[in-house]
Design a protein around this ligand. Sequence first.
Ligand code: FAD
Length: 559
Amino acid sequence: MLEHDVLVIGAGLAGMRAAIAARAGGANTAIISKVHPVRSHSNAAQGGINAALTDRGDSWEEHAYETVKGSDFLGDQDAIEVMCRSAGRSLIDLEHMGVTFNRDDEGRLGTRRFGGQQRARTFFVGDFTGQAMLHVMFEQLIKSGVRSYEEWFVTGLINEDSQVCGVTALEIRSGQIFAIRAKTVIFCTGGLGRLFEPSTNALIVTGDGMALAYNAGARLMDMEMVQYHPTTLAGSGVLISEAARGEGAYLLDKHGERFMKRYAPNMMELASRDVVSRAEQTEINAGNGINGCLLLDCRHLGEALISEKLSQIREIGIDLAGVDMVKEPVPIRPGMHYMMGGIKTDVDGRTNLPGVYAAGECACVSVHGGNRLGANSLLDTIVFGERAGNHAAMMSRDMEYVELDVDVVVKREERRIQEMLDRPKNGDRVAAIRLAMGQSMNNNLAVFRNQAGMVETLRDVRELADRYVKAPVDDKGRVFNTDLVFALELGFMLDCAETIALSALDRKDSRGAQARTDYPKRDDENWMKHVVVTKGEVGPEISYLPVSITKWPPEERKY
Ligand SMILES: Cc1cc2nc3c(=O)[nH]c(=O)nc-3n(C[C@H](O)[C@H](O)[C@H](O)COP(=O)(O)OP(=O)(O)OC[C@H]3O[C@@H](n4cnc5c(N)ncnc54)[C@H](O)[C@@H]3O)c2cc1C
């Protein structure tokens, strides 16, 4: 019998941090991941992690205020305080674990500036910070003795009498279905970037955890808040990190003008992401771009600095667009990057379902509100991953395993999967449905939105969901059936897509990443609240939660 006090779903930074904390808290802990842990998407994080260290005159209050302002005053200020207060200790912990952060000329931990912040408080390892952190965290995970189910795909939650008590999972290598019992479950399944095409996210980022939790009765919050990053590479949509602008790169239109001076005269290229992306899209729409793109100019930074601090994005430019940033400006445009919304939790990762926690990008605490500041996500994964792990370990001490007939559970799930494999071959292709969804989302839920477009996408998503249930799975085999995994992921994606479109349609103001051309103003009187979606008896239901305001009353946002 596979059973654990704490089962962490997802082995990115949030998941590994949660598992290490739970194990340290004495819990029998396991982690499960559909890819090998160091292939988790956290690996892709480039620019760095924020923390206000007092030895350089910074303060957590300043960091917190800028996070609140960045969120367009939708972030919950009590949670933001927790995150920013904890940041310094979390960063030093990472250093002690072995993350080799870049140093400055005096040998102290070095920083760079990121968007929406007046001070340089982003700590980094070149432009591959996530990879450096993830590998160190994996070493710690192995050392801690946490059991790791690698390349196991969670297909469903086991829910007995409204109590989540484990998961069903496909061991991808053998194709066998297992039930894993758990007293507590922590979702750390990452974002949902691939609901949009293109996206900066890896193909595996498909919203599985959000959909699983939603279908089990969890609340999803702020789902309309989808971040479009200002600098994604022309064509592929791969990220060119904000670190480039942090190091001093310019954004230029086709006339060579630094157009940000008209949108954010004080912060220029380092205004917060929603502001820069809107400025770019406005310029592109006005015909001031080149082939639907603007230019990121790094030439004045010089080859030495680029080689030391931006080597990976230089290579990305050369390999994927044939452009060497040392010699030429890089064509970029806004592209889907990050999900601010997710499974609603408190500051200890608790959801509305007993024993179910969430942390990292799949969760919504909500520390990012309407718009996340660059380098606050890695911080979010570490701070709230640890807190969720601690809390789950503590809770599981006084909990008993729910009685479960494992054979019945496994057989039921095997039947469901077999029915998918047995679908006749004449339905639409899974890949075609996924692409159609991604393109519709990107057409109508991008930088600018309006009612008609969003209604169209909601209709598209629902039609695609009808076609999905008949879509055949070509590979009928058991071993490494990635066709099957792809099909299962699409089901999760369609559920999440519907909640995004519904939330965005419901919010009738413009705030953070939601810029509606039909409701262009922020409306604090009516919309200073979180939009929440839950799965009701007959379909999704919308409700609202208040925004926590502790120290910083809403004000007009200027950069
Ligand atoms: C290109 C890029 C650059 C970025 N740079 C930065 C940066 O510099 N600074 C910053 O703060 N943020 C950055 N971000 C954002 C940040 O990297 C992510 O938000 C963060 O790493 C997410 O971590 P996570 O642990 O929540 O999820 P992930 O790292 O995505 O991990 C998710 C885990 O869940 C597992 N999983 C998912 N579904 C299942 C399933 N059904 N069954 C089993 N396992 C499952 C996966 O296998 C994986 O292990 C960047 C994002 C991108 C796309």
